[in-house]
Design a protein around this ligand. Structure first.
Ligand SMILES: [Zn+2]
Length: 215
């Protein structure tokens, strides 16, 4: 009743093109949903860096930019869950993913988290872990320095800005565990690289970086 009244006053629209949609929880019209460019296959083995595999779901452009933008700037946890569902659909048959024991999100510094009120990567990660039926934790790594937002820096300054920004909390034991580190978008990779360096200290069996978008 409350929802149908709300729909009458604020008709649900597609977050990308603005066209009317049936339910707000759909977020995208069928056409925009269709236009997401998924990577096939999404998984690739990586060498010489602190994680073992990179899974990026789709090209970070058009529809996906609108989804992530809306997630970042409005507190829409149901949109985060919608994105987690899209990700899950693309990876649910990958054995390495099914073997995962733990999902963690790239942390937001506590100051920025206070300003914004939530960590968008954690919203996605929590839902993703529940779909995968495995553990989600947000108390394993913390962001120790609150430097300028990555987005405001030029590319070559980003890597420097992020180094030593994360710290593994004490008494974390990831031995024999296969871990997913989740972030919304993969850009230069320096953020996840620094996070994974810390995760490695606890000697997990495998680290998979998982992002919804990749430029
Ligand atoms: Zn649309």
């Amino acid at each position: 009743m409350k929802n149908s009244l709300l729909n009458l006053i604020f008709p649900p629209v597609c977050v990308h093109c603005g066209r009317r949609i049936l339910k707000q929880d759909d977020y995208l019209c069928p056409e925009c949903l269709e236009n997401i460019e998924y990577f096939q296959p999404p998984i690739s083995k990586v060498d010489g860096i602190s994680y073992d595999y990179l899974i990026s779901i789709a090209k970070y452009e058009d529809v996906l930019v609108s989804l992530i933008h809306n997630l970042k700037f409005y507190n829409l946890s149901s949109l985060g869950e919608f994105i987690a569902q899209l990700m899950y659909e693309q990876v649910k048959k990958i054995k390495l993913v099914l073997d995962v024991n733990l999902v963690v999100a790239v942390p937001l510094h506590s100051v920025r988290k206070r300003e914004r009120g939530y960590n968008q990567a954690a919203i996605i990660a929590k839902k993703f872990a529940s779909l995968l039926n495995c553990e989600f934790r947000d108390d394993i790594i913390e962001r120790v320095s609150n430097r300028p937002s990555q987005a405001t820096l030029e590319r070559d300054k980003r890597a420097k800005n992020i180094s030593q920004a994360f710290k593994l909390k004490k008494n974390i034991d990831l031995k024999h565990k296969s871990v997913i580190l989740l972030d919304d978008v993969f850009t230069t990779g320096s953020t996840v690289e620094e996070c994974c360096k810390e995760l490695r200290k606890s000697e997990p069996k495998r680290i998979i970086v998982l992002t919804m978008g990749k430029a």
